[in-house]
Design a protein. Structure first.
Length: 560
């Protein structure tokens, strides 16, 4: 649960121009030098010494570019590439990490660029440009965004007529047709697929009943937005810069019957979640028994990482909590549960560094969290990893944990706004992958600056439009309304930015569930099943006399 500020400068991206990607001809070459960064930063110049090369993650080969923006630097790395006049070139690169931009200047015609707000796994950016009558060189570049996390780049290409610059990497050939396509899981609105890797492929396209519906870089995908109790036919193709393979043999997936979606046993239809602080940072120090009864789910913040990859433990801060003992803590959890509340353990936070990035760490995560549930009586787990997550192995970990804990396990998530801008992001993909066991995603609508809403417009944090237009992305992206909650600070002191008065939270809930009290944005339909709201934290709420929960709690309870 982030308590510092972060810039979300999406508005600047509106000025970017993205052109259609052209098909390279057979004679085309890659005119970029050291396109895979195998020779370090040779031929590349990065601003403010922001760039370096790393062995992992690498899209291919043994190296990739890592560039880290600063507060006053966007980590721009550029190369001068020789080209021919009056010619068309395709510019592409594989990126991963935070904000990633790819562009070209000096074309003599129209300079172009493209970008992605986040990429938890490798993602290809592509655009095309045409040179002017006297253009013999251009500058291609990548950059991130000020103060945001590092981004990675690999396998950059400038395919087109040979400009004589010496890069001249041959164009790849069209990959073979994927084999082994299978259905790995279904829900009432999604189907999960997997297939065998194809040599030379840089991506894969998924077709539903003959129509392309999504593209991925890995060998698995979850197709969302499906109708319940319905059969669908799926195929997959392999792609690279040379083109697309033939479609695979088709498989059929049938979605399950419709339901509310998600697990969590007897969590109320509409619920309020609050984070309880296992530390003293100036907010009111609380025992679990002190938490307002308005909260239906109490997320204990936070578990601690161990030296074992993926494993976590919990250490009650007895000294910081005025002598609160483990026995009292356990007894208070049982008392809350007897009153119908759920108490879960939260993993992550602003400084949490738990990594689940392979099968072993996924197993360690599931085993250690289940051990905490048995030791303290926790009802489930909250995923609040703000330094990124691997959707493949986090999905594996959560399903293994669910298998141990059973169908009543409460599973919540608290991604940052940038993590839920696109269904291709790691957090969003994880949420959709575990939709059948997911209780609620309480996105943090704060510490994020401006962000895009589902209508493509930019909205500023701290407004009713910010809450409703961004919630709309999740609601239209495949989550059930019961799996969407509005996460906000309990007071101005609880976050660096994005605080809204409790009355604004209630207005956003009304807008989404009833179509009333909206701002300038009004969703195309209402979502009466919306789960509710979340706040950071119960401690900051108590510091303000429970002003947040006393207003939002009854409103959530009265939702349709």
């Amino acid at each position: 649960m982030r308590v510092g500020s972060a810039a979300g400068a999406v508005a600047a991206a509106l000025a970017l121009t993205v052109s259609a990607v052209g098909q390279a001809s057979a004679a085309d070459v890659n005119n970029a030098k050291n396109a895979g960064f195998e020779a370090g930063l040779s031929n590349w110049t990065c601003s403010a010494n922001s760039g370096t090369t790393v062995a992992s993650p690498a899209h291919s080969g043994s190296a990739a570019l890592k560039a880290t923006p600063g507060g006053q630097d966007n980590a721009r790395c550029a190369q001068t590439v020789k080209v021919q006049p009056n010619s068309t070139y395709t510019l592409s690169a594989w990126v991963q990490g935070g904000y990633s931009y790819l562009g070209v200047t000096g074309t003599g015609t129209t300079d172009v660029s493209t970008w992605t707000p986040d990429a938890a796994s490798w993602k290809q950016l592509s655009t095309s440009f045409r040179t002017g009558a006297s253009t013999t060189s251009v500058s291609v570049y990548t950059h991130g965004w000020y103060g945001q996390s590092a981004y990675y780049v690999d396998d950059l290409s400038v395919y087109g007529p040979d400009g004589g610059g010496g890069g001249q990497e041959p164009e790849p050939t069209v990959p073979a047709t994927p084999a082994g396509l299978s259905v790995t899981g279904t829900t009432s609105s999604s189907a999960s697929l997997a297939w065998n890797a194809v040599s030379g492929a840089t991506g894969y396209s998924i077709y539903r009943d003959g129509t392309k519906v999504t593209a991925v870089t890995g060998t698995s995908a979850t197709v969302t937005g499906l109708a319940a109790s319905t059969s669908y036919s799926f195929q997959v193709t392999a792609t690279n810069a040379a083109g697309e393979s033939a479609r695979s043999a088709a498989v059929t997936a049938r979605t399950t019957e419709s339901g509310d979606g998600g697990g969590g046993g007897d969590v109320p239809k509409h619920a309020v979640t609050g984070y309880w602080q296992n530390f003293n940072n100036g907010a009111t120090v609380q025992k679990i028994s002190d938490v307002s009864p308005q909260y239906d789910i109490i997320a204990v913040s936070f578990a601690d990482a161990t030296s074992t990859p993926g494993a976590v433990t919990f250490n009650l801060d007895t000294a910081g909590l005025n002598g609160y003992t483990v026995d009292q803590f356990k007894a208070d959890i049982r008392a809350k549960q007897a009153a119908g509340k759920k108490v879960i353990i939260s993993i992550g936070g602003e400084k949490g560094t738990v990594s689940v990035n392979d099968s072993a760490s996924a197993t360690n995560f599931a085993n250690s969290v289940y051990s905490l549930m048995q030791t303290y009586g926790f009802d489930g787990v909250d995923i609040d990893l703000e330094n990124g997550l691997n959707p493949t192995y986090m999905t594996q970990a959560l399903r293994a944990l669910s298998a141990k804990a059973g169908p009543d396990m409460v599973l919540t998530m608290a991604p940052q706004t940038i993590d839920m801008q696109s269904t291709s992001g790691g957090y969003f993909r994880t949420a959709l992958n575990v939709k059948d066991i997911l209780t609620v995603v309480n996105m943090q609508y704060y510490n994020s600056g401006s962000m895009l809403g589902c209508d493509g417009k930019v909205y500023s944090q701290g407004t009713v439009d910010f809450l409703t237009a961004l919630a709309c992305i999740q609601l239209e992206g495949g989550l059930d309304p019961s799996q969407v909650g509005l996460g906000v600070p309990a007071s101005t002191r609880a976050a660096g930015g994005g605080y809204v008065a409790p009355s604004v939270v209630n207005a956003a809930l009304d807008c989404l569930t009833k179509g009333t009290n909206c701002g300038s944005f009004k969703p195309s339909k209402t979502y009466p099943g919306l789960r509710g709201a979340m706040t950071w934290s119960t401690n900051w709420d108590a510091t303000s006399g429970n002003a947040w929960s006393n207003v939002v709690g009854p409103h959530v309870d009265a939702m349709p």
